[in-house]
Design a protein around this ligand. Structure first.
Ligand code: TRP
Length: 334
Protein backbone atom coordinates (compact mmCIF):
# COMPACT_ATOMS: atom_id res chain seq x y z
CA UNK A 1 0.00 0.00 0.00
CA UNK A 2 1.42 3.41 -0.87
CA UNK A 3 1.30 5.85 1.96
CA UNK A 4 -0.61 9.08 1.62
CA UNK A 5 1.61 12.09 1.09
CA UNK A 6 1.44 14.51 3.98
CA UNK A 7 3.42 17.73 3.81
CA UNK A 8 4.83 19.14 7.01
CA UNK A 9 7.08 22.15 7.49
CA UNK A 10 7.69 24.87 9.96
CA UNK A 11 9.55 28.05 10.74
CA UNK A 12 11.09 29.43 13.88
CA UNK A 13 9.22 32.63 14.59
CA UNK A 14 12.34 34.55 15.59
CA UNK A 15 11.51 37.41 13.22
CA UNK A 16 9.55 38.19 10.11
CA UNK A 17 10.12 35.88 7.15
CA UNK A 18 12.64 36.85 4.50
CA UNK A 19 13.53 36.11 0.88
CA UNK A 20 15.48 33.03 1.97
CA UNK A 21 12.29 31.54 3.41
CA UNK A 22 10.44 32.57 0.27
CA UNK A 23 12.59 30.64 -2.20
CA UNK A 24 13.62 28.02 0.36
CA UNK A 25 10.19 26.66 1.15
CA UNK A 26 7.29 29.12 0.92
CA UNK A 27 7.01 28.81 -2.87
CA UNK A 28 6.90 25.04 -2.60
CA UNK A 29 4.27 25.20 0.10
CA UNK A 30 2.00 27.36 -2.04
CA UNK A 31 2.14 24.71 -4.74
CA UNK A 32 1.87 21.71 -2.43
CA UNK A 33 -1.24 22.91 -0.61
CA UNK A 34 -3.30 22.31 -3.74
CA UNK A 35 -2.13 18.73 -4.08
CA UNK A 36 -1.71 17.33 -0.58
CA UNK A 37 -2.69 17.65 3.02
CA UNK A 38 -0.30 20.23 4.41
CA UNK A 39 0.68 21.28 7.93
CA UNK A 40 2.70 24.41 8.60
CA UNK A 41 4.06 24.78 12.10
CA UNK A 42 5.01 27.93 13.95
CA UNK A 43 7.98 26.34 15.71
CA UNK A 44 7.95 28.55 18.78
CA UNK A 45 9.33 25.90 21.11
CA UNK A 46 12.25 25.35 18.76
CA UNK A 47 12.73 29.13 18.57
CA UNK A 48 13.07 29.18 22.35
CA UNK A 49 16.06 26.83 22.21
CA UNK A 50 18.21 29.89 21.58
CA UNK A 51 15.88 32.59 22.89
CA UNK A 52 15.03 31.37 26.36
CA UNK A 53 15.94 34.76 27.86
CA UNK A 54 13.46 36.39 25.56
CA UNK A 55 10.24 34.37 25.25
CA UNK A 56 8.15 37.44 24.51
CA UNK A 57 10.18 38.18 21.43
CA UNK A 58 8.99 34.86 20.01
CA UNK A 59 5.41 35.45 21.04
CA UNK A 60 5.45 38.90 19.48
CA UNK A 61 6.58 37.49 16.15
CA UNK A 62 3.79 34.95 15.76
CA UNK A 63 1.29 37.35 14.21
CA UNK A 64 3.88 38.73 11.80
CA UNK A 65 4.90 35.29 10.59
CA UNK A 66 1.28 34.27 10.08
CA UNK A 67 0.69 37.49 8.14
CA UNK A 68 3.70 36.58 6.01
CA UNK A 69 2.15 33.16 5.34
CA UNK A 70 -1.16 34.68 4.33
CA UNK A 71 0.55 37.39 2.26
CA UNK A 72 2.45 34.86 0.15
CA UNK A 73 -0.70 32.86 -0.44
CA UNK A 74 -0.65 30.07 2.10
CA UNK A 75 -4.35 29.49 2.40
CA UNK A 76 -5.67 28.40 5.81
CA UNK A 77 -8.58 26.62 4.18
CA UNK A 78 -6.06 24.33 2.47
CA UNK A 79 -3.15 24.38 4.93
CA UNK A 80 -3.33 23.66 8.63
CA UNK A 81 -1.31 26.42 10.31
CA UNK A 82 -0.60 25.63 13.96
CA UNK A 83 1.43 26.53 17.03
CA UNK A 84 4.02 24.02 18.16
CA UNK A 85 3.80 25.02 21.82
CA UNK A 86 0.11 24.14 21.94
CA UNK A 87 0.79 20.51 20.97
CA UNK A 88 2.23 18.88 24.10
CA UNK A 89 2.36 15.49 22.31
CA UNK A 90 5.40 16.76 20.41
CA UNK A 91 7.35 17.11 23.65
CA UNK A 92 6.04 13.78 24.86
CA UNK A 93 7.18 12.00 21.72
CA UNK A 94 10.54 13.80 21.70
CA UNK A 95 11.32 12.44 25.18
CA UNK A 96 10.84 8.90 23.89
CA UNK A 97 12.92 9.56 20.76
CA UNK A 98 15.79 10.76 22.95
CA UNK A 99 16.39 7.12 23.79
CA UNK A 100 17.18 6.32 20.18
CA UNK A 101 19.79 9.03 19.64
CA UNK A 102 23.30 9.15 21.03
CA UNK A 103 24.97 12.29 22.24
CA UNK A 104 27.75 11.74 19.71
CA UNK A 105 25.28 11.54 16.87
CA UNK A 106 23.76 14.86 17.89
CA UNK A 107 27.13 16.54 18.12
CA UNK A 108 27.94 15.35 14.61
CA UNK A 109 24.76 16.72 13.08
CA UNK A 110 26.16 19.23 10.54
CA UNK A 111 23.25 21.68 10.86
CA UNK A 112 23.56 21.87 14.61
CA UNK A 113 27.35 21.94 14.44
CA UNK A 114 27.31 24.97 12.14
CA UNK A 115 24.76 26.75 14.31
CA UNK A 116 26.78 26.09 17.47
CA UNK A 117 29.77 27.62 15.73
CA UNK A 118 27.82 30.59 14.38
CA UNK A 119 26.38 31.33 17.79
CA UNK A 120 29.70 30.74 19.53
CA UNK A 121 28.25 28.27 22.05
CA UNK A 122 31.16 25.84 22.15
CA UNK A 123 30.86 23.42 25.07
CA UNK A 124 28.31 25.66 26.76
CA UNK A 125 25.64 24.57 24.30
CA UNK A 126 22.45 23.74 26.18
CA UNK A 127 20.80 20.34 26.11
CA UNK A 128 17.72 22.04 24.67
CA UNK A 129 19.60 23.41 21.71
CA UNK A 130 21.68 20.33 21.04
CA UNK A 131 18.64 18.11 21.06
CA UNK A 132 16.35 20.22 18.90
CA UNK A 133 16.76 17.79 15.97
CA UNK A 134 15.08 15.13 18.14
CA UNK A 135 12.25 17.51 18.82
CA UNK A 136 12.02 18.25 15.10
CA UNK A 137 11.82 14.52 14.38
CA UNK A 138 8.80 14.50 16.68
CA UNK A 139 7.31 17.50 14.80
CA UNK A 140 7.55 15.63 11.56
CA UNK A 141 6.55 12.12 12.57
CA UNK A 142 3.71 13.03 14.89
CA UNK A 143 1.86 14.34 11.85
CA UNK A 144 3.18 11.48 9.69
CA UNK A 145 4.81 14.03 7.43
CA UNK A 146 6.28 12.31 4.40
CA UNK A 147 7.23 15.34 2.29
CA UNK A 148 9.19 18.14 3.92
CA UNK A 149 9.79 21.30 1.86
CA UNK A 150 12.89 22.86 3.41
CA UNK A 151 16.10 24.64 2.58
CA UNK A 152 19.26 22.68 2.00
CA UNK A 153 20.57 23.32 5.52
CA UNK A 154 17.79 21.16 6.96
CA UNK A 155 18.83 17.96 5.16
CA UNK A 156 20.84 16.55 8.10
CA UNK A 157 17.82 16.99 10.34
CA UNK A 158 15.58 15.03 8.01
CA UNK A 159 18.26 12.35 7.85
CA UNK A 160 18.33 12.18 11.62
CA UNK A 161 14.54 11.97 11.67
CA UNK A 162 14.63 8.96 9.37
CA UNK A 163 17.23 7.25 11.56
CA UNK A 164 14.83 7.61 14.47
CA UNK A 165 11.94 6.32 12.36
CA UNK A 166 13.93 3.22 11.39
CA UNK A 167 15.20 2.58 14.91
CA UNK A 168 11.72 2.93 16.39
CA UNK A 169 9.94 0.83 13.79
CA UNK A 170 12.64 -1.85 14.07
CA UNK A 171 12.64 -1.90 17.83
CA UNK A 172 8.91 -2.51 18.04
CA UNK A 173 8.37 -4.31 14.73
CA UNK A 174 5.86 -1.70 13.66
CA UNK A 175 5.32 0.68 10.77
CA UNK A 176 3.43 3.42 12.54
CA UNK A 177 6.18 5.94 11.91
CA UNK A 178 6.63 7.13 8.34
CA UNK A 179 9.89 8.08 6.68
CA UNK A 180 10.20 11.68 5.54
CA UNK A 181 11.47 12.92 2.20
CA UNK A 182 12.92 16.40 1.91
CA UNK A 183 11.81 18.59 -0.95
CA UNK A 184 14.54 21.05 -1.81
CA UNK A 185 13.59 24.15 -3.73
CA UNK A 186 15.06 25.32 -7.02
CA UNK A 187 17.15 27.81 -5.02
CA UNK A 188 18.59 25.59 -2.33
CA UNK A 189 20.33 28.30 -0.34
CA UNK A 190 20.03 32.04 -0.75
CA UNK A 191 23.05 34.02 0.48
CA UNK A 192 22.54 37.12 2.60
CA UNK A 193 22.95 40.60 1.12
CA UNK A 194 26.53 40.45 2.45
CA UNK A 195 27.15 37.50 0.14
CA UNK A 196 27.81 35.23 3.08
CA UNK A 197 26.45 31.86 4.14
CA UNK A 198 22.69 32.02 4.12
CA UNK A 199 20.20 34.78 4.63
CA UNK A 200 19.26 34.98 8.27
CA UNK A 201 17.80 37.56 10.60
CA UNK A 202 20.45 36.86 13.22
CA UNK A 203 23.23 37.46 10.69
CA UNK A 204 21.67 40.87 9.86
CA UNK A 205 21.81 40.18 6.14
CA UNK A 206 18.14 39.64 5.34
CA UNK A 207 15.57 41.29 3.11
CA UNK A 208 12.20 40.71 4.74
CA UNK A 209 9.00 40.03 2.83
CA UNK A 210 7.44 42.88 4.80
CA UNK A 211 10.21 45.41 4.04
CA UNK A 212 9.01 48.61 2.40
CA UNK A 213 10.10 49.42 -1.15
CA UNK A 214 12.40 52.03 0.29
CA UNK A 215 14.10 49.56 2.63
CA UNK A 216 14.47 47.06 -0.20
CA UNK A 217 16.14 49.74 -2.35
CA UNK A 218 18.56 50.59 0.43
CA UNK A 219 19.44 46.98 1.19
CA UNK A 220 19.99 46.19 -2.48
CA UNK A 221 22.34 49.16 -2.79
CA UNK A 222 24.44 47.68 0.06
CA UNK A 223 24.65 44.27 -1.57
CA UNK A 224 27.91 42.44 -2.05
CA UNK A 225 29.06 42.31 -5.68
CA UNK A 226 32.48 41.78 -7.20
CA UNK A 227 34.95 43.63 -4.94
CA UNK A 228 37.36 44.00 -7.87
CA UNK A 229 34.80 45.65 -10.09
CA UNK A 230 35.81 49.20 -9.29
CA UNK A 231 35.29 51.22 -12.44
CA UNK A 232 32.30 50.78 -14.70
CA UNK A 233 34.56 49.94 -17.66
CA UNK A 234 36.23 47.08 -15.76
CA UNK A 235 35.10 43.55 -16.50
CA UNK A 236 33.17 42.16 -13.54
CA UNK A 237 32.61 38.68 -12.15
CA UNK A 238 29.10 37.27 -11.87
CA UNK A 239 30.15 34.22 -9.85
CA UNK A 240 29.67 34.81 -6.12
CA UNK A 241 28.18 38.16 -7.06
CA UNK A 242 25.10 38.30 -4.85
CA UNK A 243 23.22 40.69 -7.11
CA UNK A 244 23.37 38.19 -9.97
CA UNK A 245 22.60 35.29 -7.65
CA UNK A 246 19.42 37.11 -6.67
CA UNK A 247 18.57 37.92 -10.28
CA UNK A 248 18.81 34.22 -11.07
CA UNK A 249 16.60 33.44 -8.08
CA UNK A 250 13.93 36.10 -8.57
CA UNK A 251 14.18 37.54 -12.07
CA UNK A 252 11.71 36.41 -14.71
CA UNK A 253 13.09 38.15 -17.79
CA UNK A 254 15.88 35.66 -18.46
CA UNK A 255 16.84 37.26 -21.78
CA UNK A 256 17.54 40.65 -20.20
CA UNK A 257 19.39 39.00 -17.31
CA UNK A 258 21.57 37.01 -19.71
CA UNK A 259 22.38 40.20 -21.60
CA UNK A 260 23.24 42.02 -18.38
CA UNK A 261 25.55 39.21 -17.31
CA UNK A 262 27.40 39.34 -20.58
CA UNK A 263 27.68 43.11 -20.47
CA UNK A 264 28.90 43.03 -16.85
CA UNK A 265 31.55 40.40 -17.56
CA UNK A 266 32.70 42.29 -20.61
CA UNK A 267 32.89 45.60 -18.78
CA UNK A 268 30.84 48.76 -19.10
CA UNK A 269 27.91 47.88 -16.86
CA UNK A 270 27.98 49.49 -13.43
CA UNK A 271 26.89 47.87 -10.16
CA UNK A 272 24.38 50.61 -9.45
CA UNK A 273 22.53 49.94 -12.69
CA UNK A 274 22.27 46.22 -12.00
CA UNK A 275 21.23 46.92 -8.43
CA UNK A 276 18.47 49.28 -9.57
CA UNK A 277 17.20 46.57 -11.89
CA UNK A 278 17.26 43.99 -9.07
CA UNK A 279 15.48 46.35 -6.67
CA UNK A 280 12.71 46.76 -9.26
CA UNK A 281 12.46 43.00 -9.70
CA UNK A 282 12.19 42.44 -5.95
CA UNK A 283 9.75 45.27 -5.36
CA UNK A 284 7.61 44.11 -8.27
CA UNK A 285 7.42 40.71 -6.65
CA UNK A 286 6.87 41.97 -3.10
CA UNK A 287 4.29 44.66 -3.86
CA UNK A 288 1.30 42.30 -4.19
CA UNK A 289 2.45 40.59 -0.97
CA UNK A 290 2.56 43.93 0.84
CA UNK A 291 -0.95 44.71 -0.31
CA UNK A 292 -2.37 41.37 0.77
CA UNK A 293 -0.55 41.64 4.09
CA UNK A 294 -2.09 45.05 4.74
CA UNK A 295 -5.58 43.66 4.15
CA UNK A 296 -5.10 40.71 6.52
CA UNK A 297 -3.43 42.94 9.11
CA UNK A 298 -6.68 44.89 9.48
CA UNK A 299 -8.29 41.96 11.25
CA UNK A 300 -5.73 40.46 13.59
CA UNK A 301 -8.38 38.56 15.49
CA UNK A 302 -9.44 36.72 12.37
CA UNK A 303 -5.81 35.88 11.64
CA UNK A 304 -5.25 34.43 15.09
CA UNK A 305 -8.56 32.57 14.84
CA UNK A 306 -7.10 30.73 11.81
CA UNK A 307 -4.16 29.66 13.90
CA UNK A 308 -6.41 28.60 16.73
CA UNK A 309 -8.57 26.39 14.55
CA UNK A 310 -5.48 25.02 12.77
CA UNK A 311 -3.97 24.17 16.13
CA UNK A 312 -7.20 22.51 17.22
CA UNK A 313 -7.16 20.29 14.12
CA UNK A 314 -3.46 19.54 14.43
CA UNK A 315 -3.90 18.53 18.07
CA UNK A 316 -6.47 15.92 17.07
CA UNK A 317 -3.97 14.34 14.66
CA UNK A 318 -1.23 14.53 17.30
CA UNK A 319 -3.39 12.75 19.85
CA UNK A 320 -4.11 9.94 17.42
CA UNK A 321 -0.46 9.27 16.62
CA UNK A 322 0.53 9.54 20.26
CA UNK A 323 -2.12 6.97 21.15
CA UNK A 324 -0.59 4.62 18.58
CA UNK A 325 2.89 5.18 20.03
CA UNK A 326 1.66 4.55 23.57
CA UNK A 327 -0.06 1.40 22.41
CA UNK A 328 3.14 0.09 20.78
CA UNK A 329 5.15 0.73 23.97
CA UNK A 330 2.47 -0.62 26.26
CA UNK A 331 2.02 2.79 27.81
CA UNK A 332 -1.75 2.58 27.44
CA UNK A 333 -2.68 1.70 31.01
CA UNK A 334 -6.08 3.22 31.48
N1 TRP B 1 14.34 23.93 11.83
C1 TRP B 1 13.49 24.60 10.87
C2 TRP B 1 14.19 25.93 10.49
O1 TRP B 1 15.01 26.42 11.23
C3 TRP B 1 12.11 24.90 11.41
C4 TRP B 1 11.31 23.66 11.72
C5 TRP B 1 10.86 23.27 12.93
C6 TRP B 1 10.88 22.67 10.78
N2 TRP B 1 10.18 22.11 12.85
C7 TRP B 1 10.16 21.72 11.54
C8 TRP B 1 11.04 22.49 9.41
C9 TRP B 1 9.62 20.57 10.94
C10 TRP B 1 10.49 21.37 8.81
C11 TRP B 1 9.80 20.41 9.57
O2 TRP B 1 13.89 26.46 9.45
Amino acid sequence: MTKKIIVLTGDRPTGPLHLGHYVGSLLNRIELQDKYKQFVMLADIQALTDNMANPHKIRDNILDVVLDYLAVGIDPTKTTIFLQSMIPEIAELAILYGNFVTLNRLKRNPTVKTEIQQKGYGDSVTVGFLTYPIHQAADITLFKGTLIPVGEDQLPIIEQTNEIVRAFNNAYATDILHAAKPLISRVARLPGIDGKAKMSKSLHNAIFLSDSADTVNKKVMQMYTDPNHIRVEDPGKIECNTVFTYLDAFGTDTTTIAQMKEHYQHGGLGDVKVKRYLADVLNGMLEPLRQRRAVFAQDQQAVMACVQSGTHNARAVARETMAEVRHVLGLNYF
